[in-house]
Design a binder for this molecule. Structure first.
Ligand SMILES: [Zn+2]
Length: 149
C-alpha cells in the first residue's frame, strides 16, 4: 500500500460527520457490508494488483495460499478467503453477492475477481493492515509459484 495513510481514505457518506470528499462508486458495496458485519467499523475497498492475482491463482471460489505467513494465519483464522465472482463495479449485484459472502466469512476480507478486494476492521488502521496482509501474502504466493526451477 506504499505510503497510504488513513487520512487518504474517503469516509462513507453515512459516517458520522458526513463525507468531505466524493464517495466511492462502490458506496452500495460498503453499505451492504456494514449491514451484515456488525464487527466492521471501517471498510476499505482497493484495486491491489496482488489481490487481483490471488483470485486468479485460486482453485474455485475461495483462496487459501500455500505459503502461510503468521500474519495471514491471524488474518484468516485458518479459513480461506471467499472470492466474489466478476460482477459489474458499482452494481447492486456486486454489493449483494459480496454481502452474502461477507456474512459467512471468517477472514475480514473478500477478493473481487478481476477487480480488487474489500477488507474490514474495527478501525481504518485495522482495515489497512488487512489489505497489507492480503497484498503481501498474494505477492509472496505468486513469487513462490513463479520461482525459476
Ligand atoms: Zn473497485
Amino acid at each position: 500500500m506504499g505510503d497510504m495513510r488513513t487520512n487518504d481514505l474517503t469516509p462513507h457518506p453515512s459516517s458520522r460527520g458526513g463525507a468531505s470528499q466524493v464517495a466511492s462508486s462502490e458506496a452500495p458495496l460498503h453499505a451492504a457490508l456494514y449491514e451484515v458485519r456488525s464487527d466492521a467499523h471501517s471498510i476499505l475497498h482497493y484495486h491491489g494488483c496482488w489481490s487481483v492475482l490471488a483470485a486468479e491463482m485460486a482453485d474455485g471460489d475461495a483462496w487459501f495460499p500455500r505459503m502461510r505467513l503468521p500474519e495471514f494465519a491471524n488474518f484468516s483464522g485458518g479459513e480461506a478467503v471467499h472470492i466474489v465472482p466478476p460482477l459489474p463495479p458499482g452494481s447492486s449485484e456486486l454489493a449483494e453477492e459480496a454481502a452474502r459472502l461477507a456474512g459467512e466469512s471468517r477472514p475480514p476480507g473478500l477478493l473481487l475477481r478481476g477487480h480488487g478486494a474489500i477488507v474490514w476492521g474495527q478501525s481504518p488502521e485495522d482495515a489497512l493492515y488487512a489489505a497489507e496482509v492480503l497484498e503481501q501474502t498474494a505477492l509472496l504466493e505468486w513469487s513462490n509459484a513463479n520461482l525459476p526451477e
